[in-house]
Design a protein around this ligand. Structure first.
Ligand SMILES: [Zn+2]
Length: 426
């Protein structure tokens, strides 16, 4: 059958006619939830003609705030810096109900799924008002609802940084996956990091901290996180989100920090859209980008992932849960190649999440995103609207282009790009 006709629920035994991309050639075959080297005789599922499509590793959004999504309008359309966004969040947070949180988070997850995202790590605040754990509860429930479709990790901090840890203990009891925090916002960042790390150790959980989300070069939380977690077992997650100050530190400090991060097994999660928006308001001349030096991070051998961070909330009025937008920003603002940007937004994210590889190699899990594009750069440039998401050898989501028509325009011949192998593109 033609790939265009695939619908959610259908099993796929083999894809043929693919435009080769990365590790994937013209044929991709699945059996028992794994990639196999050639289509099996009598394999379960459809044999699909995927001419005109490329197959890419599924996307992973490693830094989301599902509890905040789609609030920009109702919270007064604020505009400004990280401080402004936090102030707006505090002003309106009490009215943000459990139902609001769940509705926004579900909308976010469904949009992400249609875009090809099969793994999301989301932070959640403790919400103002009588029921501070309503965000944790909503996300833990959605994690169960989306099980087997979108893997969701929920991150909550030990407690408000100036208060007791009771909320953190209650959040752990509800089932959070990782311990979070915002040491760079605390009066004593070192003490705050220590508190989060000790809390994570007490419960045997990993940690994902907002780290150095500031252009101040003296903010060195990343190096401190590496030093604090270097003796943790290799399989315990420790991630640092943002790492903005790394972009303002001199080459020597940066190199020393990155070597320590690599040695400690800390993964870095860059959030280009939100940091381009929130950072730099106080620098009208030579406005900095607020994005860590991605090439240096990769060259140091560090796992690098990416996040959409905020979706139409006080921290970013835009954002749409589509990691292709994030990957595009990694190219334009972060100076990665299109293939590197996809790799960071998919394979890197899966590694930081703790998921097995899905690169289309033999024995990888049978998870893939089909994108109607000639190559990865075109997929990013065109925000390729046609996508088919396959997980465990089964179609789980389909997104199709809406074809419009134009009045009185003489039809012009439009030829699609010639499919180009990834090797030729680079
Ligand atoms: Zn964040």
């Amino acid at each position: 059958m033609d790939a265009e006709l695939l619908e959610p629920g259908q099993r796929v035994a083999a894809l043929t006619g693919l435009t080769p991309t990365g590790a994937i050639g013209e044929v991709l075959a699945f059996a028992d939830g794994r990639v196999i080297d050639a289509p099996a005789r009598g394999g379960v599922g459809e044999s699909v003609d995927a001419t005109g499509w490329i197959a890419l590793p599924p996307l992973a959004d490693l830094h989301a705030h599902l509890d905040k999504g789609y609030t920009w309008t109702s919270f007064g359309q604020p505009e400004g810096s990280l401080d402004d966004a936090i102030a707006c969040w505090i002003d309106h947070g009490e009215d943000h109900s459990y139902a609001d949180i769940k509705r926004g988070a579900r909308r976010h997850l469904i949009a992400a799924l249609h875009a090809g995202v099969t793994a999301v790590r989301s932070h959640t605040n403790y919400h103002l008002g009588d029921d501070p754990l309503r965000g944790v509860r909503a996300l833990v429930e959605l994690r169960a609802e989306f099980a087997g479709i979108v893997d969701l990790q929920v991150v909550a901090s030990p407690g408000p940084s100036d208060g007791p840890d009771d909320l953190g203990r209650a959040a752990v009891a509800l089932g959070v996956d990782l311990i979070g925090g915002f040491p760079h916002l605390a009066e004593d960042p070192t003490a705050d990091l220590e508190r989060a790390a000790a809390f994570a150790e007490e419960f045997g959980l990993g940690m994902d901290l907002h780290t150095d989300e500031t252009l101040d070069p003296t903010s060195t939380g990343l190096a401190e996180l590496a030093a604090r977690t270097r003796h943790w077992p290799a399989d315990v997650i420790r991630s640092a989100g943002h790492c903005v100050s790394l972009s303002t530190q001199d080459a020597e400090v940066r190199a020393r920090t990155l070597a320590a991060v690599a040695e400690a097994g800390v993964s870095i999660i860059t959030n280009p859209l939100t940091n381009l928006y929130l950072q730099g308001w106080e620098h009208p001349v030579s406005t900095p980008r607020g994005i860590p030096p991605l090439r240096d991070v990769l060259a140091a051998g560090i796992i690098l992932a990416a996040g959409g961070d905020n979706v139409q909330d006080p921290f970013n009025p835009l954002g749409n849960a589509d990691m292709i937008d994030v990957a595009s920003a990694l190219v334009i603002a972060g100076h990665l190649s299109p293939s590197e940007a996809w790799q960071v937004s998919s394979t890197g994210g899966r590694a930081a999440f703790g998921l097995p590889p899905a690169d289309g190699r033999v024995d990888d899990v049978a998870d893939i995103v089909l994108v109607r594009a000639a190559h990865t750069a075109e997929a990013l440039a065109e925000r390729a609207p046609d996508r088919i998401v396959i997980r465990d050898g089964r179609v789980i989501a389909v997104r199709r282009r809406v074809v419009g028509s134009v009045l009185d325009l003489h039809p012009l011949p439009v030829s699609p790009s010639t499919p180009t192998s990834e090797g030729a593109l680079i």
